[in-house]
Design a protein around this ligand. Structure first.
Ligand code: FE2
Length: 427
C-alpha cells in the first residue's frame, strides 16, 4: 500500500512508462506497471516528472521590494547597490518576513523547493539575518532554505563586517559568503577570499562567494578561490557565483584556470537573467554578454548551476520564481543549443544546484525524498521551451500545489476547438 502513486511518468534522463510509489515521504518503488494500492493516484499521462527545481543563488532579503524607496532607472549594478543601501535603514523585520514568505509561496507554485539565499550582513542590526532565519524555520516543511552570510558592502571595506559576518554565522546562517571584487584593492579581495575560506574550514561550513561580477578581465579572484580551496582542503564545498569576468578573460589564461577549478572541485553558478542585463554596460558595440563560460566548464566536469539571483528588487524588476525561464535565458546566452546542451540546461536548475547545496536524498530514485514536480511537457527540452505548467508539486509525498493544464480555446473555421501547446510538436 502506497500513500501516493504516480503512473506512466517520463523522467528527465529519458526513461518512460514508469510508476512511482511513495510511502512515508520517500520514494518506495520505481518501476513500470507497479502493483499495489495507493491512497491517491495521479496519472502522469506520459509527461515529465522531475525532481523539484533548485535555485542555489538568490537574494531573499531584497525580493519583492521593487520601487522601494525608488526604482533603478539606469539598470546598473551600482545603482542597485545604492538603492539597497537607501532601503536598508527603512527595513522592518515584519516587512522582510512578509515579502520572503510571499516569494516562497510563488516558488512552491513553480515547483521550486530548494533555495540558497544570500543575506546581507552589512547592517549593525542584522535585521535581514534575523528575518530570514525566521523564514527558514517557517518554510522548512516545504522549502529547503539555505542562508549565506553575505557582506554586500565588502568584508574589509564595510566597517564592522568581519564581526557581523561571524555573528550571523553564530546565529545559524549556513554558508560563508563574500564579494572579493568589491573590496578596495585586488590584494584586499584576495585576502578576503583567504580569510573567508579559513572561517569556513574552522566552522565546517560551505563557501559561496559573489566572485568577479565585473567585466574586468583582470578580476581573477576565482583563481585565488580555487587555490585556497585546494590549500585548505575544502574540495567540493566551495562555489563561485557570477564569475562574469571570465567571459572577458584571455582564452589562454582560462585554459589554465578551468583545470584549476576542476582540480579543487570548485563549482560555478551563473545568473543569466541578471548578468545579461547588467554586464557589458560600459561597452558601446559590440556589447559583451558577460555570462561566465558554462559550456566550457561542463566539459571539464565542473559542477554548474543557473541561479535566479533576483526577483523584483533593486537589481531586477522582473522574474516569477520560474527556473525554466532562468534555464531558457542561460541556454540562449550560452548558445547551448545542441540537444545534449539543452538537456544540460535542465540539469543546471535541478541536479547541478542540488549538488552545490549538498541536498540530501534529492532525485527520482528509490529511497530518496518524495519531492517532485509533474510538468505539462514531454521532456526537459520541451519543459524549457514552454516554461511548462506545474501540474502537481509534491513535497514529502503530498501535493502542495497544483495547476490546471494550460489550454486555449480557439474559434477558427475548420480548425480544432482547443489548443494544448505541449501537443504542438513537429509534424
Ligand atoms: Fe547575487
Amino acid at each position: 500500500m502506497f500513500d501516493l502513486k504516480l503512473t506512466n511518468a517520463t523522467l528527465p534522463d529519458g526513461r518512460t512508462g514508469l510508476d512511482i510509489g511513495i510511502r512515508q515521504g520517500r520514494i518506495a518503488a520505481l518501476e513500470p506497471k507497479l502493483a499495489g494500492e495507493a491512497g491517491q493516484t495521479i496519472d502522469a499521462g506520459g509527461q515529465l516528472v522531475s525532481p523539484p527545481f533548485v535555485d542555489c543563488h538568490f537574494h531573499m532579503d531584497a525580493t519583492l521590494s521593487l520601487g522601494l524607496p525608488r526604482y533603478n532607472e539606469s539598470g546598473l549594478l551600482l545603482e542597485g547597490i545604492q538603492i539597497w543601501g537607501e532601503l536598508k535603514p527603512l527595513l522592518t523585520q515584519d516587512a522582510v518576513i512578509e515579502r520572503a514568505l510571499a516569494y516562497c509561496d510563488l516558488a512552491v507554485s513553480q515547483g521550486l523547493l530548494a533555495i540558497r539565499s544570500h543575506v546581507d550582513i552589512c547592517d549593525t542590526r542584522l535585521l535581514g539575518v534575523e528575518a530570514l532565519l525566521e523564514v527558514k524555520k517557517r518554510v522548512a516543511p516545504y522549502i529547503d532554505l539555505q542562508l549565506v552570510a553575505f557582506p554586500q558592502d565588502g568584508y574589509y571595506r564595510y566597517p564592522g563586517a568581519i564581526d557581523l559576518l561571524n555573528r550571523a554565522l553564530d546565529m545559524g546562517v549556513d554558508v560563508v559568503g563574500g564579494i572579493p571584487h568589491f573590496e578596495r584593492t585586488m590584494a584586499d579581495g584576495a585576502a578576503s577570499v583567504k580569510a573567508l575560506c579559513e572561517i569556513a574550514e574552522k566552522r565546517g561550513l560551505l563557501v559561496d562567494l559573489h566572485c568577479d561580477e565585473t567585466d574586468d578581465p583582470l578580476s581573477r579572484h576565482i583563481e585565488t578561490l580555487a587555490y585556497e580551496t585546494q590549500r585548505i582542503g575544502l574540495n567540493g564545498r566551495v562555489n563561485g557565483s557570477h564569475l562574469t569576468s571570465m567571459h572577458s578573460m584571455d582564452n589562454y589564461y582560462v585554459s589554465k584556470l578551468l583545470p584549476l577549478m576542476a582540480e579543487a572541485g570548485v563549482s560555478a553558478t551563473a545568473n543569466p537573467l541578471i548578468n545579461i542585463g547588467i554586464q557589458g554596460r560600459h561597452d558601446t558595440y559590440p556589447k559583451r554578454r558577460g555570462m561566465t563560460r558554462i559550456p566550457e566548464m561542463l566539459t571539464y566536469g565542473i559542477t554548474c548551476a543557473f541561479g535566479h539571483d533576483c526577483v523584483m528588487d533593486p537589481w531586477y524588476s522582473l522574474g516569477q520564481a520560474d527556473m525554466l525561464e532562468v534555464a531558457s535565458m542561460g541556454l540562449h546566452v550560452g548558445q547551448m543549443t545542441s540537444r545534449e546542451a539543452m538537456r544540460q540546461c535542465f540539469e543546471l536548475i535541478t541536479s547541478g544546484p542540488a549538488k552545490i547545496m549538498h541536498l540530501d536524498g534529492y532525485g527520482i530514485a528509490v529511497g530518496n525524498k518524495a519531492d517532485m514536480v509533474l510538468l505539462q511537457a514531454a521532456d526537459p527540452i520541451e519543459a524549457i521551451r514552454l516554461k511548462a505548467a506545474r501540474l502537481a508539486v509534491i513535497k514529502s509525498g503530498k501535493v502542495i500545489a497544483s495547476a490546471p493544464r494550460r489550454e486555449s480555446t480557439l474559434d477558427l473555421p475548420g480548425r480544432p476547438a482547443s489548443l494544448d501547446a505541449s501537443r504542438t510538436g513537429p509534424r
